[in-house]
Design a protein around this ligand. Sequence first.
Ligand code: UT7
Length: 332
Amino acid sequence: MEKINAVITGVGGYVPDYVLTNDELSRMVDTNDEWIMTRIGVKERRILNEEGLGTSYMARKAAKQLMQKTQSDPASVDCVIVTTTTPDFHFPSTASILCDKLGLKNAFAFDLQAACSGFLYAMEVAAGMIQSGRHKKIIVCGADKMSSMVNYDDRATCPIFGDGAACVMMEATTEDYGVMDSILRTDGKGLPFLHMKAGGSVCPPSYFTVANKMHYLYQEGRTVFKYAVSNMSNVTAQIAERNGLNKDNIDWVIPHQANMRIIDAVAARLQVPIEKVMVNIQRYGNTSSGTLPLCLWDYEKKLKKGDNLIFTAFGAGFTWGASYVKWGYDGK
Ligand code: UT7
């Protein structure tokens, strides 16, 4: 039997219209454009500020564009995986809402939670499902409305994050393209450094938790930074080495957009020039699950069939990893 690969056949994306600039942030908290640009590298971020709209709204916009671009019949989609840390509701899943909005009648859908590494994890799960031969066409969507859990009184976290969503279509092929290899890791010892204190089953919402601002993202930035640099750099070097990839044959590195200094460190470790690294942190900030597919969305036109791509991410948990993808079509 011929080997089945899982290849990306299209990308769709969406970012909200509202642009929150560093100047506006400087009027909200004690910060300034120079500090944010040198320490993080974010110039502006998009915010979904219309009342009543959540993550599924952005995911739906991105997925509709994806369906259009790939000319997909809704009946042909087998599965939808939405990776998010900011679902519309605790339950049901954001993926089930997306499934309904897209009119998918033959699909099953579920959310996958791996914080900022979500898209990498979901791409690996979808690839395995396709390679097994049981599923042919899967939408993988990374979407987060980070503004729903960012404390805009906390200058240490509010400049970092933004809202956005992007999706890829993954399909079966017998050609030698698609997800070639992945190294994914989890270390639950990261919990104290990056989490939300309340709202889950350990500490359900109450007047106390709201009054004490326990529903916001909590981060010990310096510690997270150190783990992010070392784990992302090590795992990308590892995946490159075991697939015979180096600075000469890597076409693109697609790193999680958390901090420009982390992106630079990963590129330096691989000795890849920054021109070969997808970067849009300055326009969108850290959209968590959205960063990797939003990079693809922005750079799609530059991609060529056969390009060697290395994705890498790091997030709460801690979760991290890297994937080697051989790109399956010329940019359009
Ligand atoms: O996506 C999930 C994974 N997350 C990450 O990868 C994030 C990793 N962490 C980071 O990106 C960085 O640690 C931050 C961007 C969060 C912070 O940068 P840093 O260089 O680690 O700054 P710091 O926390 O060590 O703070 C340095 C100084 C402090 O002042 P003092 O104590 O030295 O006087 C802060 O109070 O900068 C101050 N500061 C600010 N100053 C102006 C912190 N935030 C701000 C701000 N504007 N927004």
